[in-house]
Design a protein around this ligand. Sequence first.
Ligand code: 1GP
Length: 252
Amino acid sequence: MSYKMGRVELHLRDAIKERGAGHLTLIDPDSQSPQEAGGMALAASQGGTDAIMVGGSMGATGSLLHDTVAEIKRVTDLPVILFPASAAGLCENADAVFFMSLLNSRSPSYLIENQVLGAPLVLRYRLEALPMAYIIIEPGGTVGYVGDARLIPREKPELALAYALAGKYLGMRLVYLEAGSGADSPVPASIVAQVKRLLGDALVIVGGGIRSGRAAAELVAAGADLIVTGTAVEKSQDVASFIFELTSSIRR
Ligand code: 1GP
């Protein structure tokens, strides 16, 4: 039995089919006020981003999470996809959730326990669940530490490939290759290329340390379907122009 695609996944797949690749803007509720988050989301939508991801390794929970999502929904029509660090990263006013397992974690907590705690909430909140393999590659940053990941060495694409394939055989239609927020350099293009070649129609999401249109374009040329940027958006003085630089360099 496979789990059916919903509206948000179809929206992402349509964007990729039409334009070759998509862009996701990551907003961490812990980094600014809900009003500022709304301003970033509005500017990101003007720059052509395809959806807003909301989450963070620490502190992205409770009323701060809820109010951040509410403010983003108030100012844009873009889908809001939760990117939770645990079951506490769920809230009922988002559209969807990356329902993910951190496949190279040592901890049952990130492999399955939070998913078990979160699943009844996903159902109750009527969130669309996007089944995703989450794989952390060196350096991994905060999420690598918090998620107790056995980081994949950058020069070992075959290890990333084995994890991605395991995710595919488990029924996950998305795979997220993560270098860690603020990483010095993104996931190597050679890893992205090998994973995409083997995974075919699974969506390959790449994030961590992507700071320019050029870096994003290189990853898309290698096979990335969706590019995630968080830190560089937070630091940008002109979010709409920066997102436009990213989206125009990854699109056909
Ligand atoms: C983190 O991959 C995301 O989970 C985004 O990373 O903050 O480096 O853009 P950045």
